[in-house]
Unconditional design. Structure first.
Length: 283
C-alpha cells in the first residue's frame, strides 16, 4: 500500500482528514502513535476536558451523597423500629403467661439505673420468639455494632443492649426512682389498658455527657462520647443511637405498652434520669 502504519491507543475522539493524506501524530509519554491512511486521526482528551469531567463527577457526588445519607438514616430507623417491635411482641407473650407482669429485672447492687441491661433469661425468651442477637442493637449505633460481643457479654447476669428497658419490678424490688420531667411518667410494672398508648416500655439508648462536655454550642452535652465501664475495659465510648452530626441526637424510636412503635424527634424528648445520675438519660 506504500504507507507506514504505527499502532497507537488513544481516546475515541476522531477528526476527519483529507482522504489519502499522510498523517503523523505526536504523542505524550502515555500514548503510542499511529500513522495511517484511512483518513481519520485519533486524539486524546485535553487537560481542560478532563478537568471538566472531574468537576461534573464531583458535582454529582455532592448532590447524591446527602440524599444517600438520608436514605441510610431512614433505613436504620425502620430496622430499629422492627427490633423494638419484636421485643414488644415477646413482652406481650410473656405478660400473657405471667398475669400481666413484665420480665423480672435485677435491681440490686446499685445497678437499678442501668436501663439498658436486659436479664439473660429475658433475652433468651425473646430469642425463642424469633429474635436474634442483632435484634438487641440499633443498626445506627456504630460503637455498639463494632463492640457488640463485648457489650453482650459485659455483665454476668445481664446483657448490655442498645435499648432502654423501661419496665420495672413491683416494690420493694423496684429501681427506687421514677422518670423525671413532665408528664408524671412511671416505669411500668404490668401491662394494663390504662394509658397503654402513652406509657413507654422500650426506647433507643439516648444519653449525654453533661459533666465533661457542655460548651454553649452544645447545651445538652455530648451524645457520642460517654465514659463508662466499656471505656475502662476496651477504650470504647458509650454512644447514643441516631446521632445528628458528631455530638448531637436527632430522635429515638419508642415502643409503648399497647404494642405500637413511634418515632420521637429530639425536640420532644426530655431529661428523664435523676439530676445526679451519669450519663443523662433522655426519652
Amino acid at each position: 500500500m506504500g504507507h507506514d502504519n504505527y499502532l497507537t491507543f488513544a481516546s475515541p475522539r476522531v477528526r476527519r482528514l483529507t482522504p489519502g493524506r499522510r498523517v503523523e501524530t505526536m504523542s505524550t509519554q502515555s500514548h503510542y502513535r499511529r500513522k495511517y491512511t484511512s483518513g481519520y486521526e485519533l486524539q486524546g482528551f485535553t487537560l481542560i476536558e478532563l478537568l471538566v469531567v472531574i468537576a461534573i463527577i464531583a458535582l454529582l457526588m455532592g448532590i447524591l451523597l446527602p440524599a444517600l445519607q438520608r436514605v441510610k438514616k431512614q433505613a436504620d430507623r425502620a430496622f430499629c423500629a422492627n427490633n423494638i417491635r419484636q421485643v414488644l411482641i415477646a413482652l406481650t407473650l410473656y405478660a400473657d403467661e405471667h398475669e400481666g407482669s413484665f420480665f423480672p429485672r435485677h435491681n440490686v447492687g446499685g445497678a437499678g439505673y442501668w436501663l439498658w441491661g436486659l436479664d439473660k433469661d429475658a433475652a433468651q425468651y425473646i430469642i425463642q420468639t424469633g429474635a436474634t442477637k442483632e435484634t438487641f442493637f440499633c443498626p445506627s449505633n456504630k460503637q455498639q455494632q463494632k463492640f457488640r460481643e463485648e457489650y453482650w457479654d459485659y455483665m454476668s447476669h445481664e446483657h448490655i443492649i442498645g435499648y432502654f428497658c423501661l419496665w420495672d419490678n413491683p416494690p420493694p424490688n423496684d429501681r427506687g426512682w421514677q422518670p423525671q420531667g413532665s408528664g408524671n411518667k412511671k416505669f411500668p410494672v404490668r401491662i394494663t389498658a390504662e394509658s397503654a398508648g402513652d406509657t413507654e416500655v422500650i426506647t433507643d439508648i439516648t444519653f449525654s455527657d453533661e459533666r465533661a462536655y457542655k460548651p454553649p454550642e452544645y447545651p445538652n452535652g455530648n451524645f457520642a462520647q460517654c465514659t463508662g465501664g466499656m471505656w475502662s475495659r476496651y477504650k470504647c465510648y458509650d454512644s447514643t443511637s441516631h446521632l445528628a452530626g458528631d455530638k448531637e441526637c436527632y430522635g429515638t424510636n419508642v415502643g409503648l405498652v399497647d404494642g405500637h412503635v413511634e418515632w420521637r424527634p429530639f425536640s420532644e424528648m426530655e431529661r428523664r434520669s435523676l439530676p445526679d445520675m451519669y450519663p443523662t438519660h433522655w426519652w
